[in-house]
Design a protein around this ligand. Structure first.
Ligand code: TAP
Length: 450
């Protein structure tokens, strides 16, 4: 607790997905390292953190939030280097939202009696948290800020391809004089995550990632007293009605699927457009897509960065090729792709049917599947025809239609005339195979309190 130590496993390299250059060699934590981290977290929980008054815990969270702001540039550059996302996103979206999350939950630390869990809610203990590579620092904030505010200590495993900002965050915890053992970061791949989730002294498991691994985790903790929250995949419908403000909708569609290269669990990856306007909308959408600039993530003008890993690129290619094979029509932005690194051009498929795999499976890349509908009832039926239920978008000029359609959509978050808006005060989470539990807002506290 409180210091950097060598891992016992073999080390692994993390690379820049834009250039394939090695950025750093990272220690892999094995089961013994995970055990040491959980023990450190348990000691810190028993001796310091759970006993500390909320107003004192809040001071540490505020301090961390302020250091994140102060070191925002460094964090943004590191995130873009390791993840491949454009600097304008890491600088203007990820890092400010991370700081906002810590500020927000700092405010809750001494007001937990208003969390809706009784007069004197208690923390759960040690939280084991496993996060993905698409928003490395933001997912860390979503997990760590509410856990600490409620008085829990944490052991967090970042994804294998994006460990660097979590390690810088560990340094920030040192800088904030956070008591040793309150936050522990263990780097590694799936086996490290498995060891953490399965550790007998972990009281709470929080996971964000694929539905497949989420299900494995649910099975692993079944029959134990561990509390679990799972934030899994999505295949969100972005529904555009014929009375929608078209230019705004086009911006929302682009933001919905091309933000962060489409590596977004709540991405608007299925466009449902009303038949009468589909031709016009698609013309404008293609024109807008042609203006997107793809390239160096560290260039401030870049809109689309690199795909996070060779493995993910392979998966995007495979699913897109399946789209061709199933008879959908591919259109992609014509552009020269860099020779090094992992790149996939912004792409859309028309002529997609609900049975196509590109309409059903999470591609997790810059690929949009376009379907059409005639009536609001048909739109709702198609939107809900998915095993997932994380988010959805509705574009229309009519307030009454927004309310009626949103009410019928089986999705945790429904955006109206906007998309991909995040705020720490607002709960986020899924229906069906998108998982259970909420992160953010007052609801986000429930996952970390008895
Ligand atoms: P996952 O395998 O689910 O990875 C998420 C996290 O879980 C990573 O830290 C991963 O470690 C860890 N992990 C893997 N196996 C584990 C296990 N058995 N027990 C505990 N932890 C385990 O996702 P991925 O492989 O990165 O991506 C696969 C697909 O999942 C993507 O193509 C995409 O469709 C989807 N995905 C969804 C999301 C969200 S937010 N919904 C996020 C990422 C990916 P390592 O990665 O270090 O091996």
């Amino acid at each position: 607790g409180g210091e950097f130590v060598e891992g016992r496993g073999t080390s692994f390299k993390t690379i820049s997905p834009a250039t394939e250059e090695v950025l750093a060699e990272v220690a892999e934590a094995d089961a013994a390292d995970v055990d040491a981290a959980v023990k450190a977290a348990r000691r810190a929980y028993d001796k310091v953190w759970s006993r500390m008054p909320g107003r004192e815990r809040a001071k540490y969270l505020y301090r961390i939030a302020r250091i994140i702001q102060e070191r925002g540039r460094e964090l943004a550059v590191l995130e873009s280097l390791d993840n491949g996302k454009p600097i304008k996103e890491s600088r203007d979206v990820d890092v400010p939202t991370v700081a906002a999350h810590f500020f927000y939950y700092a405010g809750w630390a001494d007001k937990l009696e208003y969390a809706g869990r009784g007069a004197d809610p208690q923390p759960l203990g040690v939280a084991g948290q496993v996060i993905p590579w698409n928003f490395p620092l933001l997912m860390l904030a979503w997990k760590i800020a509410p856990a600490l505010a409620c008085g829990n200590t944490v052991v967090l495993k970042p994804a294998e391809t994006t460990p660097l900002t979590a390690l810088l965050f560990a340094e920030i915890c040192q800088q904030a004089d956070l008591p040793p053992g309150v936050v522990n970061i263990v780097t590694g791949a799936g086996a490290t995550g498995q060891a953490l989730v399965g550790h007998p002294d972990v009281d709470k498991v929080a996971f964000t990632g694929s539905t497949e691994v989420g299900k494995a985790i649910a099975r692993a903790v079944a029959g134990t007293s561990k509390k679990v929250t799972l934030e899994l995949g999505g295949k969100a419908a972005n529904i555009v009605f014929d009375d929608a403000p078209i230019d705004q909708a086009v911006e929302g569609i682009v933001d919905g699927i091309f933000f962060n290269q489409g590596h977004v669990c709540c991405a608007g990856s299925r466009l449902l457009v009303q038949e009468s306007i589909s031709e016009e909308l698609l013309d404008r959408l293609k024109r807008r897509m042609s203006t997107l600039r793809m390239g160096d993530p560290l260039d401030k003008n870049t809109d689309i960065g690199a795909i996070n890993s060779g493995e993910q690129l392979k998966r995007i290619r495979e699913l897109s090729d399946l789209g061709d094979a199933e008879g959908a029509e591919r259109w992609e932005v014509a552009c020269d792709l860099p020779t090094k690194g992992y790149w996939f051009p912004p792409t859309l498929f028309t002529g997609v049917s609900q049975a196509h795999r590109i309409a059903r499976e999470e591609i997790f890349g810059p690929v949009l599947s376009v379907l059409t509908f005639r009536t609001p009832a048909e739109a709702v039926e198609k939107a809900n025809n998915t095993p997932y239920g994380l988010s959805a978008g509705v574009w229309t000029d009519k307030g009454s239609r927004i309310l009626s359609v949103a009410h019928q959509l089986r999705a945790g978050v429904v955006w109206a005339n906007t998309f991909n808006k995040f705020d720490p005060t607002s709960p986020f989470g899924g229906f069906k195979e998108s998982g259970y539990g909420r992160e953010g807002g007052r609801h986000g506290l429930e996952a970390y309190l008895k």
